[in-house]
Design a binder for this molecule. Structure first.
Ligand SMILES: Nc1ncnc2c1ncn2[C@@H]1O[C@H](COP(=O)(O)OP(=O)(O)OP(=O)(O)O)[C@@H](O)[C@H]1O
Length: 250
């Protein structure tokens, strides 16, 4: 299958000498979920932000056959790439609806109304609170709003940075259920950064393991179906030399 996203020899530097990502290459096919796994500081968010255009990077980023490295965020969003950041960054002072409108700032008013209806359909938890201040939502609801806002522009590639961060296990399950629904609905591809390996396994097709800014391993989800295989992958790619491994296998 032709790739939707092709990342080639991506490197990210913070300052002249601090290299956070080193020659990372991977492909994402339309409609597939790709996970980036690794301990804290491995470079996962930096890769996502570089693809989303939020930070500068070296290397090639090809989206839908076109090089996009020189495009600003706005143009990447227009082409269908949306980054949903790790800490949600919803605007608490605005209502749930207004937050969704922000996500659809590039589309027509009619399209925006349709998209809001679709998002609220997908996330009934926030549908009943659509005219309330977003600050009143629970952590899980805020995460749903952040994902919903990401969906407003009708993306073809959603970059989801730790959607389960700080959520109780039941809410993690709910968020992942909805991601499963988004996934089965169509051609939307997702690149997911997650610490929860078990949930990620259920959702994703491909997994890339990162350590110190490099991809050190790759598995298809079907190669990691049983606990032993998962543990072996964690030990081989993430475990021993990381000072602080933080990958939930349960
Ligand atoms: N704005 C920044 N300025 C300087 N260094 C940074 C900046 N952002 C990240 N880094 C460094 O780059 C490296 C990779 O960070 P990054 O946030 O990409 O890792 P991560 O795998 O997403 O970590 P986590 O799971 O903790 O979010 C780390 O060493 C981090 O300290």
């Amino acid at each position: 299958m032709t790739s939707l996203l092709s990342v080639k020899n991506l490197s990210v530097f913070y300052g002249a000498s601090a290299q956070a990502v080193e020659n990372v290459s991977f492909e994402v096919s339309p409609g597939k979920v790709t996970a980036l796994l690794g301990a804290n500081g491995a470079g996962k968010s930096s890769i996502m932000k570089a693809v989303g255009g939020l930070i500068p990077a070296r290397g090639e980023i090809i989206f839908d056959g076109a090089p996009i490295s020189h495009f600003p965020v706005r143009e990447r969003v227009r082409r269908g790439i949306v980054y949903v950041p790790e800490r949600r960054e919803i605007v608490g002072e605005l209502s749930v609806r207004e937050n969704l409108v922000l996500g659809g700032y590039q589309i027509s008013a009619a399209e925006r109304r349709n998209r809001i209806a679709l998002v609220l359909d997908l996330f009934p938890e926030i549908a009943s609170k659509v005219d309330r201040g977003a600050w009143r939502l629970s952590g899980g609801e805020q995460q749903m709003l952040a994902i919903g806002r990401g969906l407003m522009s009708g993306p073809r590639l959603l970059l989801l940075d730790e959607p389960s961060l700080g959520l109780a296990p039941l809410l993690v399950r709910r968020v992942f259920e909805r991601l499963g629904a988004i996934r089965s609905a169509g051609e939307l591809a997702i690149v997911l950064v997650e610490q929860n390996l078990r949930m990620t396994m259920r959702l994703c097709d491909e997994l890339h393991f990162l350590r110190s800014g490099r991809i050190v391993g790759h598995k298809r989800a079907d190669e990691l179906k049983d606990e032993t295989a998962r543990q072996q992958a964690v030990d081989a790619y993430l475990g021993a030399t990381e000072s602080e491994p933080r990958l939930e296998t349960a």
